[in-house]
Ligand binder design. Sequence first.
Ligand code: OAA
Ligand code: MG
Length: 389
Amino acid sequence: MSVRIVDVREVTKPISSPIRNAYIDFTKMTTSLVAVVTDVMREGKRVVGYGFNSNGRYGQGGLIRERFAPRLLEADPKKLLDEGGDNLDPDKIWATLMSNEKPGGHGERSVAVGTIDMAVWDAVAKIAGKPLFRLLAERHGRNANPRVFVYAAGGYYYPGKDLSALRGEMRGYLDRGYNVVKMKIGGAPIEEDRQRIEAVLNEIGKGAQLAVDANGRFDLETAIAYAKMLRDYPLFWYEEAGDPLDFQLQAALAEFYPAPMATGENLFSHQDARNLLRYGGMRPDRDWLQFDCALSYGLCEYQRTLEVLKIQGWSPSRCIPHGGHQMSLNIAAGLGLGGNESYPDLFQPYGGFPDGVRVENGHITMPDLPGIGFEGKSDLYAEMKALAA
Ligand SMILES: O=C([O-])CC(=O)C(=O)O
Ligand SMILES: [Mg+2]
């Protein structure tokens, strides 16, 4: 049986909305959609793997088309196969993508590679005829747990949004089954943010919890001023206070913030993750790590990141990735992460769950769909299918 990648296609799609966090607005946000087309047939259909690059970093069409897709298509197909020769080997593909790339200075090539890697894993699990989370659990000798914690991210700033709109948004998440919600901070003066936080806490009551996200906006002084304000409240976490690569700031903040902190969505390699754990003062008994495989060289690299965690004394259950995509849901269910982000009202049709999956008591249950499960989400699959047609 031949197993061959016959094409790698990319299209850049808008995922824009009028929202704003403390650092950027999303009025021009895009994502790359990728199809890895194989010559394998399953149940009378050609196996195509799909991927996209989460949100927050723009499409990567230039890098994918000029550098990464040609490397895959020019490689000897036999060199991309696993030992049995009957499936693709994601690690060999990853090494091929990264040939002639220097170390360090990751830039956004990690996003381009992460997007293709997602499509490769989708294809590999479909060729194996299994959900990706089950394939991952088997490869790691673990039991899959299809029940995954999810939280609702939103609470953005946008024109005309007052406290009652913010409260209404959060109420809507609770009505849909979530029990942890997240809102943005740092895009308004501290006193205004305090009022926004109190409004949300009053709305959600004792049965739910609130996380806050500063999107890396603060200098040390401001991060500490916020820590002193935030520690008055029983928050789920205080996220990305300062620049993602300012590990000293993160470590200093721990002195002022005994409750859980979260960060990592803008660290794009296992080496950066290792530096965070070495120097960022993050505490394995309470803090949360948010590396998003789609932005950070994909699942091949994410497995290396999980190895780094292990060596540094961290459990994978402290990871709740950024991005709200089904790829991280599979990793969570297969490799025992603590859960996944979700954006119930944003970045559609890319984020979210397969049709019919409901959030209950802050958790979803993964259906048994082959691959990542994109075929189970009809609005998303319509876009994907158009690319592969
Ligand atoms: O606003 C964003 O860029 C998204 C983000 O930080 C998150 O989901 O944690
Ligand atoms: Mg964030």
